[in-house]
Ligand binder design. Structure first.
Ligand SMILES: Nc1nc2c(c(=O)[nH]1)N(C=O)[C@@H](CNc1ccc(C(=O)N[C@@H](CCC(=O)O)C(=O)O)cc1)CN2
Ligand SMILES: Nc1nc2c(ncn2[C@@H]2O[C@H](COP(=O)(O)OP(=O)(O)OP(=O)(O)O)[C@@H](O)[C@H]2O)c(=O)[nH]1
Ligand SMILES: [Mg+2]
Length: 451
């Protein structure tokens, strides 16, 4: 449904640095008129024209290639013109300015892809995959984003949504024959069908969660008692003095996120406030944030002082209870004559390190790389990227479906229908069939400008 009064947007589509060639892209009803005014020549659809690009005063800014894509056969589905100039940021900015003088508006981040979504060229999960493809840190992640962009994830969501819709129709029809028991209205077949659907949803949920891990990388949270050397370790792993280190217990108060690459594998490290009883209000807030961050962690890196590894253990044990993996570090090994014998309860792994001398850091790197690779799934074949948002929507759909099955078992058809409707809507949020406007704003604003 093309919006009648949509304006025409312009932005640099290529990266911010100087390059051989840079592209200014226009999209909207006036794209052709503005492009022709800049080029001072007529543009034919899908032809590469060599043209001179002019500023608003008529002076030549550059020469380059102009392309015109007539609606709807373009990336956005709207009229699109591309001006491919030399990749000088100064020239490209002047070209955008010339387009603005001629009536275009500077595009917001993600606005081209948002229009592609609104024009039905991409669904929401595919538009998100465009951003994930651009941001992909390695080829494995890029391939997985490419599969999501090709609709591999969306098709599986839509297939389940279609089955859910059929089930809804069945239940709604049965409600209209309220006098008859559901079993005479194909109730057994419906129950089997919902069972299959629950299995399909579960399989997709697992795949999406792998995709989420592939996209986000390993989320490792560094925890431990104050002064154990957590911040020093973050700095040693990051290779720069990101976090403040002092000999005062309670130095770190807020969370500090740092993305590091270990032999090409990306992982997020989070430094946290030391955990202990008491502390001032700021420190307690810091500990609260640390606990919140641990809820999302894939790995807890527990840093202890090698000289006194039992200090603060109870506070830590509670905090890490729900983290799927733990790696224990005895730091300040340089202050010990010989490594201690201490180990955590269940035979979990312990590494002896020194943030100061760098001893043991190579082994730590190797272990982190293994964990990060295992986390993303060593074999990316067939994988697609997904986001936390998608996984949460699938979870919510699965919960509603379970509710629907329970209600059906009790012959409460109205509540069965309602739960199925909820499940169907949750799936619709993934592809954007069902959406709130602020959701769109939230998603597209995290794109880069010109995309
Ligand atoms: N120069 C340039 N390169 C680019 C893009 C772009 O916008 N411009 N893209 C931007 O992300 C990506 C490619 N995406 C695109 C998707 C669809 C169409 C397009 O014109 N589609 C029409 C025609 C299809 C055809 O004839 O094959 C259509 O789908 O109707 C163009 C680019 C990557 N490379
Ligand atoms: N000898 C030695 N000292 C270390 C080592 N790692 C850290 N330290 C020292 O221990 C003190 C505390 O280090 P931090 O990194 O600030 O400790 P933290 O765990 O982040 O402390 P809080 O933020 O207060 O919870 C500092 O004086 C560091 O220089 C190490 O491997 N060996
Ligand atoms: Mg610290």
């Amino acid at each position: 449904m093309p919006l009648p009064n949509r304006d025409t947007i312009a932005a640099i589509a290529t990266g911010p640095a100087a390059g051989g060639v840079g592209i200014v892209r226009l999209s909207g009803p006036q794209a052709k008129a503005i492009g022709e005014a800049v080029c001072k020549r007529a543009l034919r659809p899908r032809h590469a024209h060599h043209a001179h690009f002019h500023d608003a005063g008529g002076a030549v800014l550059d020469d380059g290639i102009a392309l015109y894509f007539a609606a709807p056969a373009s990336y956005t589905g709207e009229e699109v013109v591309e001006l491919q100039a030399h990749g000088s940021p100064a020239v490209l900015n002047a070209l955008v300015e010339a387009c603005v003088v001629l009536g275009a508006r500077r595009a917001r981040p993600g606005e081209f892809s948002e229009r592609a979504f609104l024009e039905g060229r991409l669904d929401l999960a595919q538009a998100e995959a465009v951003a994930d493809l651009i941001a992909a840190a390695d080829l494995q992640a890029a391939r997985a984003a490419r599969r999501a962009l090709d609709g591999e994830f969306s098709r599986r969501v839509e297939a389940i949504a279609a089955d859910l819709l059929a089930a809804r129709v069945h239940v709604e029809a049965a409600i209209d024959f309220a006098d008859e028991p559901i079993d005479t209205l194909g109730g057994e077949a419906l129950k089997r069908k919902l069972g299959t659907l629950a299995d399909d949803l579960d399989t997709l949920l697992r795949a999406a969660d792998r995709g989420r891990r592939l996209r986000d990388g390993l989320h490792a949270v560094i925890v431990g008692p104050p002064n154990a050397g957590k911040s020093s370790l973050l700095n040693a792993l990051a290779g720069s003095d990101r976090a403040i280190v002092t000999d005062i217990a309670g130095t770190t108060r807020d969370l500090l996120h740092e993305t590091i690459r270990v032999d090409g594998v990306e992982l997020t490290l989070v430094d946290t406030a030391g955990l202990r009883e008491g502390g001032d209000a700021i420190e307690r807030e810091g500990m609260r944030r640390a606990a919140g961050e641990l809820q999302q962690a894939d790995l807890a890196i527990i840093v202890l002082d090698a000289r006194d590894p039992d200090r603060g253990r109870t506070a830590i044990a509670d905090a890490i209870a729900r983290v799927p993996r733990r790696l224990w570090l005895h730091n300040k090994a340089d202050l010990l004559a010989a490594p201690g014998e201490w180990s955590p309860a269940s035979g979990e792994e312990v590494l002896h390190v020194s943030a100061h001398t760098g001893a043991g850091l190579e082994a730590l790197h190797a272990r982190l790389r293994e964990l990060a690779q295992g986390h993303a799934g060593s074999d990316g074949a067939g994988a697609f990227t997904a986001r936390r948002r998608h996984v949460e929507a699938l979870h919510a759909a699965a919960t509603e479906l379970a509710e629907a099955r329970a209600q059906l078992d009790h012959d409460v058809l109205e509540l069965t229908a309602e739960a199925l409707r909820q499940a169907h809507d949750r799936l619709g949020e993934i592809t954007g069939r069902v959406h709130a406007d602020d959701l769109l704003g939230h998603i597209f604003s995290s794109f880069c400008i010109g995309k």
